[in-house]
Design a protein around this ligand. Structure first.
Ligand SMILES: C[S@@+](CC[C@H](N)C(=O)[O-])C[C@H]1O[C@@H](n2cnc3c(N)ncnc32)[C@H](O)[C@@H]1O
Length: 328
């Protein structure tokens, strides 16, 4: 199948927009999670049109490309232009497109590419190890850089901005709901007190505030856990991650798949997994392939601890009016 030529207004670019973040801090260290299980769930073959909705460093996409050769099409989306700069060096070829977009906006991307629908869609949520390790972005509590945490720095407010004006109530809700942190209130109150005299601008400022809020009885090593949860919660809030997922599950992902096509979602948080599980329960739209989500093996968790909370769910899209479909 020949690829249509791309109109000028296309959101997908061969060389994605320049980011303000330094390239030097971006090394490809991310190890794709549940790789074998994802490829199995996608059930790939030559000629398929596959969307990687969160292409990141291209770990999954590179393997997907191998399996859809010679005439398949890969469309990789990411909200982070810096990730796309890196991915453009590893996901190459005329039949792959990298697009600076949220998977929530997939129907627009497909329309701009003059494609009707995808045969397979993968969404691997959260952030990549490369983003976490980037000292200039504030995603990781062991970095000391500015507390930004936005996937796309051209949109919304940074974590530092959020922390500068949110009320203690709002921060407690964020840390409690998105981080399941038991010291949410104490941490939120400490932040609000601390910012009166010294604004929280960097990852180290936030770590210091969290530390100051924890009871002295919490041991040195255990103090890392609340920091991990608070950083995760802030990232989810700053990027409105659950809103993107919820909206996409309701509309964009279903609308962008061909009937009989497959949607594979990897989550890292119980709230994300709940949204996916709930969406896949709709038997007028989805045929869910497993009762329980697929989890990483003990070996994978040992070699890549980041995989420990991963859950994979896969469903086949049913045609809008029918109750059953045969997969492509
Ligand atoms: C876990 S990483 C993906 C890793 C990738 N599967 C790999 O193997 O290299 C998640 C990526 O999704 C991106 N992302 C997060 N939310 C997104 C959204 N709504 N739309 C598109 N990309 C998103 C992040 O910027 C990050 O690069």
């Amino acid at each position: 199948m020949a690829l249509p030529s791309r109109p000028a207004s296309h959101p997908c670019r061969d060389s994605p927009a320049k980011s303000t973040f330094s390239k030097t801090s971006l090394a490809a260290i991310h190890v794709p999670v549940l790789l074998r299980e994802t490829l199995e769930a996608l059930d790939l073959g030559p000629g398929l049109t596959v969307v990687d909705g969160t292409v990141g460093g291209g770990g999954h996409s590179r393997k997907i490309l191998e399996r859809i050769q010679p005439d398949g099409i890969l469309i990789g989306l990411d909200r982070d232009p810096l990730m796309l700069q890196h991915t453009a060096t590893v996901v190459t070829g005329k039949r792959s497109h990298l697009c600076h977009a949220s998977y929530r906006d997939l129907p627009n991307v497909l329309r701009d590419l003059q494609l009707d629908a995808a045969d397979r869609i993968l969404v691997d949520l959260g952030l990549s190890s490369d983003q976490l390790a980037d000292r200039e972005r504030g995603f990781g509590f062991s970095t000391s850089g500015p507390l930004d945490m936005r996937f796309d720095v051209s949109q919304g407010e940074s974590a530092a901005e959020l922390l500068s004006h949110a009320t203690a109530e709002q921060l407690t809700t964020i840390f409690h709901e998105f981080g399941e942190e038991r010291f949410s209130r104490a941490i939120a109150e400490q932040i609000v007190t601390q910012r009166r005299t010294s604004p929280i601008r960097t990852a180290s400022d936030l770590v210091a505030a969290i530390d100051a809020a924890l009871p002295a009885s919490i041991k040195r090593e255990a103090r890392k856990e609340p920091a991990t949860r608070v950083f995760q919660a802030l990232r989810i809030a700053v990027n409105r991650e659950l809103e993107h997922l919820e909206h996409a599950l309701k509309n964009s992902l279903y609308d962008s798949l061909r009937p009989g096509g497959r949607l594979v979602v990897i989550t890292f948080h119980s709230l994300e997994d709940r949204l996916v599980k709930h969406a896949f329960r709709d038997e007028s739209r989805w045929q869910c392939l497993h009762k329980k989500p697929v989890a990483p093996s003990p070996q994978e968790i040992r070699s890549n601890p980041r995989a420990r909370s991963a859950k994979l769910r896969v469903a086949i899209k049913l045609p809008p009016t029918a109750v059953s479909a045969s997969p492509k």
